[in-house]
Ligand binder design. Structure first.
Ligand SMILES: O=C[C@H](O)COP(=O)(O)O
Length: 267
């Protein structure tokens, strides 16, 4: 039986100022508390913009919330003369538990290569935080039937040179680009196919024990209405949620996937 604690991470992207961030985290915490959310059944993480992190830290620490938080990106450099960059040490000091590395929007709009994602992953680990390394194919690759090989190539490049214990502790998010923000959700079988292939590649490269420990998330138009069916798949350990994480009730329901019916089975 899997010992991987499910993880629900809400990537707010470039949404919500620091006042709005406080309101959303308060509502989320209250909703989860009201429903007696079991954090052992799913870990809940918010990933706000950099400008919100200090406010979220103050709220989480002050109210001793069990919600964790992370950053959407990190510099590949240690600090110094890199205007606009935020170093891993700065994020660790703010109490971040997680850092997203190589989200498809960074890969596409900021030309982040696997080498850059690898450097960011290494910096995140060195600073004592957990990387959420994103991979996933675009529509053209999917239509060509090359989605598995393409995604495994991103895994090889993004995780190159890491030790087995580092890979065991990090998180991978499989996000098919064609399903992000489009309302077009991959089927649970689509998600399982690629997540299982990723776990297989981890086993080949770092061994079975490592592969059994690494958490693999699915991302792309996840909502309360579809999360239970996706989470029923054996190699899917959680979700990286975009739009639906901006609404406290909806994200709380996603976090509580274990109480939702799996609508795909007709339940
Ligand atoms: O990081 C989150 C993903 O890009 C998914 O976004 P979405 O849930 O809005 O499709």
């Amino acid at each position: 039986m899997s010992t991987r604690t499910p993880l629900m991470a809400g990537n707010w992207k470039s949404n919500l100022n620091h006042h709005e961030a406080v309101v959303l985290v308060q509502k989320l915490a209250w909703t989860l508390s009201d429903k007696k959310h079991d954090y052992a059944k799913s870990e809940v993480v918010v990933v706000p913009p950099f400008t919100d992190l200090r406010s979220v830290q103050t709220l989480v620490d002050g109210d001793r919330l069990q919600i964790r938080y992370g950053a959407q990106d990190v510099s590949q450099h240690d600090g110094g003369a890199y205007t606009g960059e935020i170093s891993a040490a700065m994020l660790a000091k703010l109490g971040c538990s997680y850092v997203v590395a190589g989200h498809s929007e960074r890969r596409e709009y900021h030309r982040e290569t696997d080498e850059i994602v690898n450097a960011k992953t290494v910096k995140t680990l060195a600073a004592g935080m957990t990387p959420i390394v994103c991979v996933g194919e675009g529509l053209d690759v999917r239509q060509a039937g090359e989605h598995v090989g393409y995604t495994l190539g991103q895994i090889d490049g993004s995780l190159a040179g890491l030790a087995a214990e580092q890979v065991a502790g990090l998180v991978i998010a499989y996000e098919p680009v064609w399903a992000i923000g489009t309302g077009e959700v991959a089927t649970p079988e689509d998600a399982q196919e690629v997540c299982a292939a990723i776990r297989g590649r981890l086993a080949e490269t770092w061994g079975d024990d490592t592969a059994a420990s690494t958490r693999i998330l699915y991302g792309g138009s996840v909502k309360a209405a579809n999360v239970a069916a996706i989470m029923a798949k054996p190699d899917v350990d959680g979700a990286l949620v975009g739009g639906a994480s901006l609404q406290a009730e909806e994200f709380a329901a996603i976090a509580r996937f274990y109480d939702l019916p799996d609508l795909s089975s007709g339940a």
